[in-house]
Design a binder for this molecule. Sequence first.
Ligand code: BEZ
Ligand code: FE
Length: 290
Amino acid sequence: MRDLTSETITEAVISTMRDTKDARVAEILESLVRHVHAFVREVDLTEEEWARGIDFLTRTGQKCTATRQEFILLSDVLGVTMLVDALGNQRPAEATQNSVLGPFFRDDRPQQADGADISGGLPGTPLFFEGRVVNREGAPVSGAAVDVWHSDADGHYDVDVPGLEDDSAMRALFRTDEKGHFSFRSIRPASYPIPGDGPVGELMSATGRSLMRPAHVHLLVEAPGFQRVTTMLFPSDDLYLDADPVFGVKESLVESFETYEADAGPCRELTDEPYTLLRRAFVLEPLPVD
Ligand code: BEZ
Ligand code: FE
């Protein structure tokens, strides 16, 4: 293996990995080497460009902390997160589709009773949410775990709201009742930018892309015997639906967030302000039998 050229180096690298024991690891690494080499050849990468790429990846790693994952954000904005999800979670159109998990999920959230107010007392348009978890046949799934988290009316999650006393506002875990129901009260979330103060922000600005995600409510639904659903619901009147920087919008997840005057509609007894009511069923797919 001497005097390798731009023609022979790819096969030479692959041949060094022929003793890889795990067949899947071997398949992935061979393909990775072939694609990276093909990319370098295709764009005729210069030494300066290579050094810039290494610097970008180095800074992406350096930006990562316990609460900031710049590599996942990079995967999100390059569409890799949603591509992996699309390949691994193909579901019939009637089933609830996945979207990105995002960086704001926390597993130390409080469990709340049905109907709880999870707004943490933050200002905003009241949002009443009535959910139902069902199987393919429409039968209720009781005892399902439903995580909910969302931003405030300024587009901040609880972790980013200065001086917030309730350190887990706008997030909670619910359990569906025997009819598959869960419900809560909160405030309407707003659209917000993905973090732009790192290398991913540089990439977004270099490519003229907006950081703004459409407003959404995140939900994660889990029940024994069913595929986990990591999803979110978007209001149909949001300005950013067709420019989501992380490619998470699906038509089936766009909902009309019905708005009512204070003295009208099904929740008029519960508030003296104009409010939004969101009703939604989540259809779970059974786990594949092996
Ligand atoms: C979010 O919706 O919370 C999110 C998703 C991907 C990247 C950044 C934020
Ligand atoms: Fe979010």
